[in-house]
Design a protein around this ligand. Structure first.
Ligand code: FEO
Length: 172
C-alpha cells in the first residue's frame, strides 16, 4: 500500500510526464508546419514516449492501492522560435524532469518505500539516456551552425536518433 506522501508525489510526476508529452506534441506541430519533417517525426515519437512514461506511473499507483489522477495541464507554447531554440528547451526540460525523478527517489528513501524506490530505477536510467540524447542533438546543431545543407541532413538523420531505453517490456 502506498503512503499518502508517496502517492501524491507519484501523481505529481504523472502530471509532469503528461505535460512533457503535450510540450513535445506542440513542438512536433511547430516543426511540421515549418516543413522540418524529420524533426517533427522525432518529436511525435518523443511525445508518445512521454505518454508511455505517464502510463507506467499511472499503472503503478493503482497497482499499489493508490489512485492515479488525471490532472489539468497547462497549455504548451505554440511558437518555438528556431529549431536550435526548440532543442535547447527540450534539453532544459529533460534536466528538470531528471531533478523531479531524483526528488521522488529521495522521498521514497525518507518514507522507507523500497518497492517504489526500486520501481523508480528504470526512470533514473531512462533520464540518463534522455539527457545524453538531447546533448548529442545540441552538439550536432552546434556543428551545423547556419549551414542550410547541414540542416537538411540533420532533419533527415534525426529520425534515426532514439532513446536507448533500459530493457523493459513497457507499461503493463
Ligand atoms: Fe519522461 Fe523525457 O522524461
Amino acid at each position: 500500500m502506498l503512503k499518502k506522501k508517496v502517492e501524491t508525489a507519484l501523481n505529481e510526476q504523472i502530471r509532469i510526464e503528461a505535460e512533457s508529452s503535450q510540450i513535445y506534441l506542440s513542438m512536433a506541430s511547430w516543426a511540421e508546419v515549418k516543413g522540418l519533417e524529420g524533426i517533427a517525426q522525432f518529436l511525435y515519437k518523443h511525445s508518445d514516449e512521454e505518454r508511455m512514461h505517464m502510463l507506467k506511473f499511472f499503472k503503478y499507483v493503482n497497482e499499489r492501492g493508490g489512485h492515479a489522477i488525471v490532472s489539468e495541464l497547462s497549455a504548451p507554447k505554440i511558437d518555438f522560435g528556431s529549431f536550435q531554440q526548440l532543442f535547447r528547451e527540450l534539453f532544459e526540460h529533460e534536466i528538470m524532469v531528471s531533478e523531479c525523478i531524483n526528488n521522488l527517489v529521495h522521498i521514497t528513501l525518507e518514507e522507507k518505500d523500497y518497492a517504489t524506490h526500486n520501481f523508480l530505477q528504470w526512470f533514473v536510467a531512462e533520464q540518463i539516456e534522455e539527457e545524453a540524447l538531447a546533448r548529442t542533438i545540441l552538439d550536432k546543431i552546434d556543428l551545423i551552425g547556419s549551414d542550410k545543407g547541414g540542416l537538411y541532413l540533420f532533419d533527415r538523420d534525426i529520425q534515426q536518433l532514439t532513446v536507448n531505453s533500459a530493457a523493459d517490456p513497457g507499461p503493463a
